[in-house]
Design a protein around this ligand. Structure first.
Ligand SMILES: [Zn+2]
Length: 161
């Protein structure tokens, strides 16, 4: 799934440090006031450490995410400038989205990037916006409707998104 937004941050906050596990707290007052909304997040910083993964390529059509995840590569960088961007999706949207924070990394030189697993950032500029309007487009194709999508697929998402 592709998620896009016209990012108009309503919260901008400089921080000395930020980690994945302090992100929710740093987004006060959006949490808990907007905990059931989608929240777009951008972090510009120097990353003391960043761990991210790059998904494996699809070899055949409709290959399950779990299969793709077996071909993924995990990378770690230290002391790299760059940007994290992505969304917080509330728990009730799991299955359509991946609940929680889903962030991607792009290095300032645009040479490295991927799905963020863990980070420790310094000289941070945190920006965020609450999204209350969500527009969802689904394929109407026969292929999309060939198999009934099961909620268990959401579990695979955590391994492969
Ligand atoms: Zn991702």
């Amino acid at each position: 799934m592709i998620v896009a937004t016209d990012f108009q941050p309503t919260l901008t906050r400089p921080l000395d440090t930020l980690r994945m596990d302090t992100l929710e707290k740093a987004l006060h007052p959006f949490f808990p006031a907007n905990q059931n909304n989608f929240i777009a997040v951008r972090v510009d910083a120097t990353f003391k450490k960043i761990v991210y993964r790059i998904g494996g390529p699809q070899i055949r059509p409709r290959e399950p995410l779990l299969e793709l995840s077996k071909r993924q590569v995990v990378k770690t960088y230290e002391n790299v400038a760059g940007t994290l961007f992505g969304f917080y999706s509330p728990p009730y949207t799991n299955g359509i989205c991946v609940a929680g924070f889903h962030l991607h990394f792009l290095s300032a030189d645009r040479q490295a990037g991927g799905h963020v697993l863990e980070f420790e950032a310094e000289n941070v500029e945190l920006k965020a916006a609450v999204n209350t309007h969500v527009h969802l487009e689904l394929p109407a194709s026969e292929e999309f409707n060939q198999e009934l999508m099961q909620p268990d697929l959401a579990k695979d998402l955590h391994l492969a998104e």
